[in-house]
Design a binder for this molecule. Structure first.
Ligand SMILES: Nc1nc(=O)c2cc3nc(NCCN4CCCCC4)[nH]c3cc2[nH]1
Ligand SMILES: [Zn+2]
Length: 373
């Protein structure tokens, strides 16, 4: 344990790298995948189960928690870690992205964003200062700057104006965050798919100075090829000695491709959300447990997986409880998908350390090409 926040680079293999983020609440092995705990819960999972999948850190959302139960109530009750019974690191997103993707009647100005709650229609405002206050009240270990993430496709002028607004908001976020030893503030690079705008954003963020740097503005409908094209240059524009966090990503092959391009941290609702919709991540690709072909299959989802679903249940059973909409279905399939993702991260950390990441990546893709789910 450390009383301060720090990042130590470990091994590198091409652009891929391992590292350890030290925080007062524990260490984070990178490359790291963060399960999403939007409303103070990783859906269908107990916190101890999330830890048992191998997660070192989880993500919370300013937008959702400010609306319900409010940051002030969570603060009065001892903070988000106590509230949700997770004593390891928590990273919180700053709210701007969720306002643009969820809230109604939004008004964006230089000051910030006003919006109507998607829950009860009440009116709210988020500014860099208010977002920093909310994340402080929550007790977040890694705080994200308040930014604006433009929906793609967008013209270059719109992307440039939006990025420059986010850089002014990054300055205000830094100012409002203050000096909080043991807590980190991450800047968020914007600039769409434009290399020069992303370079301008990276330079602005370096000038302000952050404990980590996120690649924002991606996984917003651009598609994997365009995202990878951007990741071929964007991570290297950010400081090498700080964690690089790709927001909102992703499917297993997105995750692998991002690590190969120098990303250290990621988060995505997909593994947990897919678990609830019967989409099971396996080494050979995605298996849909709803398919009738599983109804008599006595085999586990994956005989090499150590999760409770694979150790104790057949595909036939998992097909049955999914079809029957039994709660245990979401529990077991979410656990398996999150466990699969953490095994993927551990496999990449080991391969990078052994300087065999290229071979690992080739085997990852070959197993998916084999099919035979
Ligand atoms: N503060 C902030 N800034 C961003 O630019 C950002 C960009 C993001 N891009 C995504 N993509 C999430 C895509 N996700 C895929 C699975 C289904 C739900 C949506 N999440 C993001 C969150 C973000 N948060
Ligand atoms: Zn499993």
């Amino acid at each position: 344990m450390s009383d301060r926040f720090s990042f130590a680079l470990g091994a590198t293999d091409g652009k891929a790298r391992t590292g350890v983020i030290s925080t007062p609440r524990g260490e984070i092995r990178t490359p790291a995948f963060m399960p999403v705990g939007t409303a103070a819960t990783v859906k269908a999972m107990l916190p101890e189960s999330v830890r048992a999948t191998g997660a070192d850190i989880l993500l919370g959302n300013t937008y959702h928690l400010m609306l319900r139960p409010t940051a002030e109530r969570i603060d009065r009750l001892g903070g988000l870690h106590r509230f949700m019974n997770w004593d390891r690191p928590i990273l919180t997103d700053s709210g701007g992205f969720q306002v643009m993707s969820l809230a109604g009647l939004r008004k964006l100005t230089e000051r910030g964003v006003t919006f109507k709650s998607h829950i009860d229609g009440s009116r709210h405002e988020l500014t860099p200062e208010r977002s920093m206050e909310i994340q402080r009240l929550l007790g977040s270990d890694i705080v994200m700057c308040f930014d604006e993430c433009p929906a793609l496709p967008a013209d270059r002028t719109r992307i440039a104006e939006s990025m420059r607004l986010s850089m002014r908001w990054a300055e205000r976020s830094r100012e409002a965050f203050g000096d909080r030893p043991g807590h980190a503030l991450f800047g968020i690079q914007q600039g769409g798919l434009e290399e020069d705008l992303r370079a301008e954003s990276a330079a602005a963020l370096r000038g302000i100075g952050f404990d980590g740097y996120a690649v924002g503005g991606l996984a917003v409908g651009e598609g994997q090829a365009a995202m990878f094209g951007c990741l071929d240059f964007a991570p290297a524009q950010l400081p090498e000695d700080k964690p690089r966090y790709l927001m909102g990503v992703g499917k297993p092959d997105d995750i692998v491709g991002a690590v190969a391009r120098g990303i250290d941290m990621m988060d995505c609702v997909l593994p947990s959300r897919s678990g609830r919709t019967g989409q099971v991540f396996t080494r050979h690709g995605v298996l849909n447990i709803k398919n009738a072909r599983h109804q008599d299959d006595p085999r586990p989802l994956d005989e090499k997986c150590g999760c409770p679903a694979c150790r104790n249940y057949s595909r036939a059973y998992l097909h049955h409880v999914f079809r029957s909409q039994e709660i245990i279905s979401s529990m077991l399939l979410t656990w398996h998908n999150l466990y699969y993702c953490q095994e993927l991260m551990q496999g990449m950390r080991d391969a990078i350390a052994a300087e065999s990441f290229a071979a690992w990546q080739a085997a990852f893709h070959a197993a998916r090409a084999e099919g035979d789910i």
